[in-house]
Design a protein around this ligand. Structure first.
Ligand code: GDP
Ligand code: IMO
Ligand code: MG
Length: 427
């Protein structure tokens, strides 16, 4: 019966992959419900490191069925490359199922992503260039190609023709690129059909039956609350619903089935790509966070922008998602500071604002109001209980808990599965 959601509470890369992997051995299904291979979830198991983009992190747990839900956009080339890469490392991927309603990223969507970013110039979003936005745009425009369309060549051809009609005009007349051939696209997509056939499923029905049979389903978000197309820092967002609401629409699981919502939040903050980030640091502290936390993108390798913890954002994420438990990750990265600033509110044009400002302009103008907490210098990466942490680190966690909108149930003190402190069980 339990359906548990894992969502990012900041701008992504909070450690959702590790959290999913920790629970993987205790759940029956792990569902990716949004996004595509713009995600990068790193999971460290002993001396092995896995970077997952399109596959749910549950793929690494032998007993669990990994599901790519209807809300995902699938780059089939990347999918099979990722599967082959894992198979070569001895990971069994044979249980993977993919929704017949998931949309497919076609080559022209990747092209549109790149040319659109170039066209935007200084107004660019800083996308991952994986074709995510244009594929979701096609979906909403009712010009998308779904996984099931690949199994009916006539329909596929019609749909690709329909999708390219306007796009080829735009590509040739506005972006000065060559037109895309329908045949080329159809041929590439059809080349995946044989491998795809056994994986395709009616995933909403499958998950419904699983819940009815008292199985545990974990819904793993890509991206995060502040990158959500509705609730994020629009337009500097991704194009999918990365919040709990998206977990329902992107999987076909009803809201009344959700039993728990786990928000993943870093002990500081990072962001990749463009857009407002009130606590961003441009000084040595920012460099130190990037270095200590190895803050370089899993997908694009870009250095992540780093800043201090932002409590109004955590509260916002708690509200939007209905967070019941936070997993506070990367506490170990904060080791070594004498005092640690935490943003507790904003100054917006001279006025104190305690919550996320209502308008984008307000958020762009928001300057952090900091409170300072005592730091610690001891290595905490070996801590396994809350009491193992130095007093100052314990206080830091308890103070964050008071101002973040939900209890902090788990604390990460290193990338490995084992480097975890459990205060309250997550399942
Ligand atoms: P995701 O996109 O939310 O899954 O997060 P990413 O995998 O992109 O980025 C999180 C990074 O932090 C990964 O390299 C993880 O291995 C690492 N990580 C996760 N939890 C911790 C932690 O508690 N401490 C440290 N030092 N690293 C962590
Ligand atoms: P995970 O799942 C961090 C950012 C991009 C860009 C914006 C739009 O690893 O947390 P897109 O290619 O999605 O159209 O880019 O969203 N972005 C992410 N940032 N983590 C991610 O995923 C991201 N996925 C997209 O950098 O600013
Ligand atoms: Mg990531």
């Amino acid at each position: 019966m339990p359906a548990v959601v894992i969502v990012g509470a900041q701008w992504g890369d909070e450690g959702k992959g590790k959290a999913t992997d920790i629970l993987g051995s205790r759940v029956d299904y792990v569902v990716k419900f949004n996004g595509g291979n713009n995600a990068g979830h790193t999971v460290v198991i002993g001396d092995q490191k896995y970077a997952l983009h399109l596959l749910p992190s549950g793929i690494l747990s032998p007993g669990c069925v990994p599901v790519i839900g209807n809300g995902v956009v699938v780059d089939l080339k990347v999918l099979f490359e990722e599967i082959d890469g894992l198979n070569e490392r001895g990971i069994d991927t044979s249980k993977l199922v993919i929704s017949s309603n998931a949309h497919v990223i076609a080559d022209y969507n990747r092209t549109m992503d790149k040319v659109a970013e170039r066209f935007l110039g200084s107004r660019k979003i800083g996308t991952t260039g994986r074709g995510i936005g244009p594929t979701y745009a096609d979906k909403m425009n009712r010009l998308g190609i779904r996984v099931q369309d690949l199994f009916d060549e006539k329909i596929l051809r019609q749909k690709v023709e329909g999708a390219l009609e306007l796009k080829n005009q735009i590509l040739t007349k506005i972006y000065n690129r060559r037109a895309v051939e329908v045949d080329e696209i159809v041929e590439e997509l059809l080349s995946y059909v044989d491998r795809l056939r056994p994986m395709m499923a009616d995933t909403p029905l499958l998950l419904h039956e699983a819940l009815a049979a008292d199985k545990t389903v974990l819904l793993e978000a890509g991206q995060a609350t502040l990158l959500d197309v509705d609730h994020g820092t629009y337009p500097f967002v991704t194009s999918s619903s990365a919040t709990t609401g998206g977990a329902c629409t992107g999987s076909g699981i009803a809201p009344t089935e959700i039993t728990r919502v786990i928000g993943i939040v870093k002990a500081y903050a990072t962001r990749v790509g463009e857009g407002p980030f009130p606590t961003e640091l441009f000084d040595d502290d920012g460099e130190q966070l990037r270095k200590n936390g190895a803050e370089f993108g899993t997908t694009t390798g870009r250095p992540r922008r780093c800043g201090w913890y932002d409590a109004p954002i955590a509260r916002y994420a708690a509200r939007i998602n209905g967070v019941t438990d936070f997993v506070l990750t990367k506490l170990d990265v904060l080791t070594g500071w004498d005092r640690i600033p935490v943003c507790v509110a904003y100054d917006v044009d001279g006025e104190r604002v305690d919550e996320m400002p209502m308008t984008q302009t307000g958020f762009h103008h928001a300057k952090p109001v900091y409170e300072f907490f005592e730091g610690w210098h001891e290595d905490i990466s070996g801590a396994r209980t809350f009491e193992d942490l130095p007093q100052a680190a314990q206080t830091y966690v308890l103070e964050l808990e008071k101002i973040s909108g939900a209890r902090i149930s788990t604390i990460g003190v290193g990338p490995d599965r084992e480097q975890t402190i459990v205060r309250h069980d997550l399942l």
